[in-house]
Design a protein around this ligand. Sequence first.
Ligand code: B12
Length: 495
Amino acid sequence: MATRNQVILYSPHFVAARGRGDRAYRAIPPLSHLALAGPLREAGYDVRIIDAKWDADWRREIRERAPHLVAAGVTALTGPAVEDGLEFSAEVRAVAPDVPIIWGGWHATFAANQAAEDSRIDIVVRGMGERTFVEVLDALRGGRQMASIPGITYRQDGRTVSNAERLPEDINAFPPPAYDLIDPARYVCEVRRGVRVANTIFSRGCPFACDFCLDSRKKWFGLNVERMIADVEFWIGWRANHIRFYDGNFFLGKPRIVEFCNAILACGLEQKFRWMATAVGNRVVQMDGALLDLLRRAGLKQIALGAESGSDDLLQRITNKTTVANTLESIRLLTRHGINQYLFFMVGYPDEPPDALEQTLALALEAKKINPNVELFLNFTTPLPGSEVFRVALERGEIDEPRAFEDWSRFDYVHANLSDISPEYVARVERFQKFLHLAFPEEHSLIRFRPLLNFMSWPLRGLARWRLERKLYGWPVEVGLIDALRTVQRKVRFT
Ligand code: B12
């Protein structure tokens, strides 16, 4: 009989079919599996990571590996990943019916009971998986009882059993990402000529309390600086010259940040890469000039800030990470120190004060006046399954919760999905954004013109600014004109 010691980990597609060819999408690394593979290997398993974005031939792999498999693992966010992951699970079930199928990740954690009731899933790992996964495999081999493993949900004798929570652990206790199991070149994306971006993450959890986020009110663990530097060097070794740190909140623990910057400078890495990371307004305003200078010298290019809203009333209700004044002060401080920003806003928040939209648009305009290069994103609020705002929206009947696990694949939390957002509200937001982009074209935005066309667009930009000041967004003729100029530009370029 063949010895079984292989674990196959599947990272499903997490966008709809039409978005799957996009190079930037394909460059997102399978971070969850990279984290899980280390502990599994330390426990003696041979691990294969299949990334649906690159490994189209996964059916063949299942057939070939079936006799050696101890288990198959699937990760998933809410949405299309559920369907794709279930397709993989069904195939494993068909080819190797005795191989246990284990799901984990944000969506399975949230919908653990439903997942365990799906015949294509055997065990659900809730929350952090490094230790739990290894313990589950031990139990499957008869080394311990399933009932003794915290953080899992499974079926037993026809009922769903949900063991106690597993407490989050310090990630420094676990091995580094198993990069040797992927082809790193796939995950460095040339977004513009000479700009090669890699993505990584150095922490887990977030202590701030935001009702719209899943990773809220959680104990935070940051990787130590030595490992952060090794990771940066790894991606630079694969020709990345920009690295995006995915951490929900990178700038926690000032001594660690200072140490990280000093290590970058000591190794001369600031010559080799620039970096982007996320912060919260209430912390940025506490950064002194020396720290901001150090960050810039160490290559920090841009900070992403969740500005969320221009309404302090709303902010006070839903988050403790920023206020309007602190968002503005953050923009001023960072701009003064040569660090660009990327601001996220949520519009159409359930039960928002009547003036919230106008206050948000005013804040966005103010941000542009302080720093014309700031990048702004206005998103319609979509309650994320697992968040506080989702729970409330559900209670009030504003959204429907799918009954079966597989139905979550059609759950749209990417587009506006709340019933009380009127078409006029949507149109106002969209027009505002168009005028804003017209009035303040971003460095790399689509609205870039050749000199003559640029000259011609100048009065239109002035008009757009005038409209923004007066909040007059009706009859957007200049937007149409700009679109026409863009078409001309494209034609000129190609003839
Ligand atoms: C990186 C990231 C992204 C990346 C990559 C996403 C991806 N599919 O890989 C990008 C930028 C593309 C992205 C996009 C979005 N994201 Co995102 N993202 C994150 C982020 C910041 C980090 C996730 C991560 O990789 N962590 C590191 C790894 C190691 O941890 P992990 O994934 O949690 O895995 C551990 C456990 O979950 C578990 N585990 C995971 N999988 C498995 C599998 C098995 C078998 C086992 C045993 C265990 C296990 O073990 C792992 C190790 O401990 C999280 C927030 C956070 N702090 O986690 C949000 C988060 C996952 N994103 C979220 C959201 C909402 C989005 C967007 C909708 C944002 C938007 N408005 O566009 C899109 C949706 C994309 C889509 N269509 O599905 C939500 C999740 C919502 C949900 N219900 O699924 C989160 C939680 C943030 C939040 N605000 O609450 N995101």
